[in-house]
Design a protein around this ligand. Structure first.
Ligand SMILES: Nc1ncnc2c1ncn2[C@@H]1O[C@H](COP(=O)(O)OP(=O)(O)OP(=O)(O)O)[C@@H](O)[C@H]1O
Ligand SMILES: Nc1nc2c(c(=O)[nH]1)N=C(CO)CN2
Length: 196
């Protein structure tokens, strides 16, 4: 039988260059400067990121500065007097590699005046990668899933709002995780929203 030409066929080279789309969850926070404008700008920059497709954005949440239990017990910075954060969670899909995404999110932080000093210091913009599909990484530059996500109400509450059935790999359903953390530290700001 003679071979017919299929105009929709994808050749082998193209196919091997195609990377799978992975779901990605990002946490955005700001507690310095014009917090809402910083989050809005970061969302626009994410929308302009090649090969990153925004699927959903949570409400804006006002959240108390969080620090790890060790830090709260006196090792490290006392964040209790720091200004409150505004936080949102963004769901997206990407075929970028995790470290490429990290480069991009750090460049976005820099563009919004982020300075890097002490851990948990007030910041104009923080963009954390929470999960990227099933990727597991444990390098200083990038840990996936984010090692503190399961204990952070400021991540879990906005995430549950837009993806209630999600699981955090290694920890289970995010609704159950949210039930275990102190939700009195986070409050949805019904008067605020990010624009598309
Ligand atoms: N999942 C991740 N998302 C973002 N950055 C990460 C992640 N895993 C490791 N990092 C690394 O963490 C470094 C410090 O980040 P950052 O200054 O934002 O820390 P932090 O916000 O004070 O604390 P935390 O990382 O607990 O949110 C970054 O340079 C980045 O390379
Ligand atoms: N409420 C709140 N607390 C934090 C936040 C944040 O975004 N929101 N980010 C931190 C470092 O990533 C540390 N603590």
């Amino acid at each position: 039988m003679s071979e017919t030409l299929n105009p929709f066929a994808i050749d082998a080279d193209t196919l091997s260059g195609m990377k799978p789309l992975r779901p990605v969850v990002l946490s955005l926070g700001s507690n310095l400067g014009d917090r809402l404008a910083n989050l809005q700008g970061a969302l626009m920059a994410l929308r302009e990121t090649p090969d990153l497709f925004i699927v959903d954005v949570s409400s804006v949440w006002e959240t108390k500065p969080w620090s790890s239990p060790e830090q709260a017990e006196g090792e490290g910075r006392d964040v209790s007097q720091d200004p409150a954060f505004l936080n949102v969670v963004v769901l997206a899909e990407t075929n970028q590699e995790p470290l490429t995404m990290l480069d991009r999110t750090m460049a976005i932080e820099d563009a919004f005046g982020r300075t890097r000093g002490e851990a948990n210091a007030p910041r104009t913009l923080d963009v954390d990668l929470i999960v990227m599909g099933k990727v597991e990484m444990d390098q200083p530059a990038l840990q996936l899933p984010h090692p503190h996500a399961h204990e952070r109400a400021f991540v879990l509450a906005p995430w549950v709002e837009i993806e209630p059935k999600a699981d955090l790999p290694g920890h289970g359903p995010i609704q159950d995780l949210l039930a275990k953390v102190d939700s009195s530290t986070v409050k949805r700001r019904e008067d605020l929203a990010l624009e598309d």
